[in-house]
Structure formats: C-alpha cells, structure tokens
Design a protein around this ligand. Structure first.
Ligand code: ZN
Length: 312
C-alpha cells in the first residue's frame, strides 16, 4: 500500500506541470482567441458604423435633394404676370417704369414695343384683339379692371384665362376705375386705392388660380394725372411693384371718335423716334375700331424692327 501510494503520488506529481501547461496554453488560446474575436468584432462594428453613417448621409442628401425639388416645383406653380412659358416674351416692368419716369425712351439701339390694352376684359372687343395678336404671333399686356370682368361674367373670365394661356401678361388696372373713389379732390387716397386694387387681385386669383399674382399696375387716368402720389410710390417700392403709364397712344379714349386709320396714325405719330414704346390702347366696350386698327399697328412695328414684349 505504501509503495502504491508513493507511486501514485509520484505519478500525480509528474502529471501536474503538464496540466498547468495545457491549461496555460488553453487559456492563451482562449484569451488570445477572445482578443482576436473582440478585435474582429470591434472591426466589424466599426465597419457597420461607417456604413450606417454613409447610409445616413446618403439619405440626408436624398432628403435635401427632394426638398429642393419640391421647392422648385412649388416655385414653378407661382405665376407672376404671365405664364412661366411666356417669360421669354416678358420684360422687367420696373426697368420700364424707371425709363418712363425719366422720359428716357432709348434702349441701346434695340427697339421694343409694349402693346397695352386697358379696361378689359370685354366680351366684344377682347376676343377680336386676342385673335389678331395670335394671328400675328405677338404678345401684349392687358391692364384689366375687376368691374368689367364681372360685367362680362363667365365669358369675360374665360377670355382672361385665354389671355394668360396665349402668353400675354395680365396687370391690375383697379376694380372700379372710379376717379372719385381713388383720388378724391384729385388727390390719392392710398387706403381706398389699395382696397380697390385688392378686389381685382382677388378676382384674378379666383379666375386664374391661387398661384397667380401680378406686380404691375396702371393707375386709372395715369399716374401722371394725380396729386399726392408719393405714398403710393413708397408702397410700390416696398412691395417690388411697378406702376406703368405710357409714352405713346392710339387716342381711342381721347377727343372725338376715330376710325381705324386715324387710330393707326395716332399710334405711329406718338411712337416715332422712340426705341422703347409703351403704347396705350383699350379693349373695352365700344372700342371696336381699336381692334380694326391693330393689324396695321402691329405691321408698323414689325416693319420698323421692333420686338414685342410684355410687362411683368
Ligand atoms: Zn383705364
């Protein structure tokens, strides 16, 4: 028994270092493995984080591009003065206003004419004017009055839509056209003036869509005719709006009634020598001769190298 015990003890003693070594090796392998595994895990996690960040940035950029696209789309809906497609025929009304105010009708050698029609739309003359403009492939600016649009009912509203669809510009010429309301004692009443013009703005939105607006106005009787206009000018400047009078006219609203030939001669006479012409005419009730004169007037400007533009 004793020997056996010694033997077995001996045997135990001889095995122990091997076990420790094995254990150490195992531990090294395990912990080494853990280290490798944890390093690998860390690497994978870092890669995933980088990928996630890249994806987040990509999505952020996508969202930003989408936001911009929507904003651009929204902007396109807004129609200021004329259809966006018709912008190629349009001209900055503010520049024209400055020119008219300084009686400077030069234009760097380039001839430009703005055909303007006031007091419409009418169901009698406006259709004829639209037809002739289309036939001659030229564009004009219509200074409309709300009261006349309402007078013409649905037909007048359809004509207004046609004006816009055909590439013409639409500007505000007040609702009532009533001098006593707008300028009592020949002096501007700004509040009454603004309220009156606002009614036409509203009517234009109702007819042409909520995105339509115009920044161009023409004062009934002409800006030049009234006193106390400084507050209006300040208001227009603040709102980036333009008031446009004229520097030529066919005299279809002055003096005795004229026939088409006489109207044409007046238009030519008052336009001569001007590189920039803002021609005043009317497409309201009773102005049939104006429509009759229009082809000859257009011909004169075409023959003399004028470009036809609209005011926006
Ligand atoms: Zn008028």
């Amino acid at each position: 028994m004793k020997n056996k015990n010694i033997f077995s003890q001996k045997k135990k003693r001889s095995i122990r270092p091997n076990r420790i070594l094995t254990l150490l090796v195992a531990l090294t392998i395990v912990f080494g493995g853990v280290k490798v595994v944890s390093a690998a895990t860390k690497f994978i996690q870092e890669q995933q984080a980088i990928k996630l960040e890249e994806k987040r940035k990509e999505e952020e950029a996508k969202a930003l591009a989408e936001k911009k696209r929507k904003e651009e789309e929204e902007k396109k809906k807004y129609i200021v003065g004329c259809n966006n497609d018709a912008k190629k025929y349009s001209y900055d009304a503010k520049k024209v206003e400055e020119k008219l105010n300084s009686y400077d009708y030069s234009n760097n050698g380039e001839k430009v004419v703005f055909l303007t029609f006031d007091d419409g739309t009418s169901t009698t003359v406006t259709p004829e004017v639209l037809r002739i403009l289309k036939e001659n492939d030229v564009h004009a600016t219509f200074f409309v009055t709300g009261q006349n649009i309402e007078r013409g009912g649905d037909k007048a509203k359809e004509l207004l839509k046609e004006e816009l669809a055909n590439g013409h510009a639409i500007a505000n010429h007040s609702y009532s056209h009533d001098y006593k309301t707008l300028y009592p004692n020949k002096t501007l009443d700004l509040d009454a003036f603004k309220a009156d013009f606002a009614k036409t703005d509203e009517l234009l939105k109702d007819t042409l869509g909520k995105y339509f607006s115009t920044r161009v106005i023409r004062c009934p009787g002409g800006h030049m005719s009234w006193r106390g206009m400084d507050p209006l000018d300040a208001y227009l400047d603040e709102n980036n709006m333009a008031s446009i009078d004229w520097n030529a006219l066919n005299k279809d609203a002055e003096g005795r009634r004229k026939n088409a030939d006489e109207l044409t001669q007046e238009a030519i006479k008052t336009s001569e020598g001007k590189e920039m012409v803002v021609l005043l005419m009317h497409d309201t009730y009773g102005k049939e001769e104006t429509a009759k004169a229009l082809p000859q007037i257009i011909k004169y400007f075409k023959d003399n190298g004028y470009e036809f533009k609209t005011l926006v």
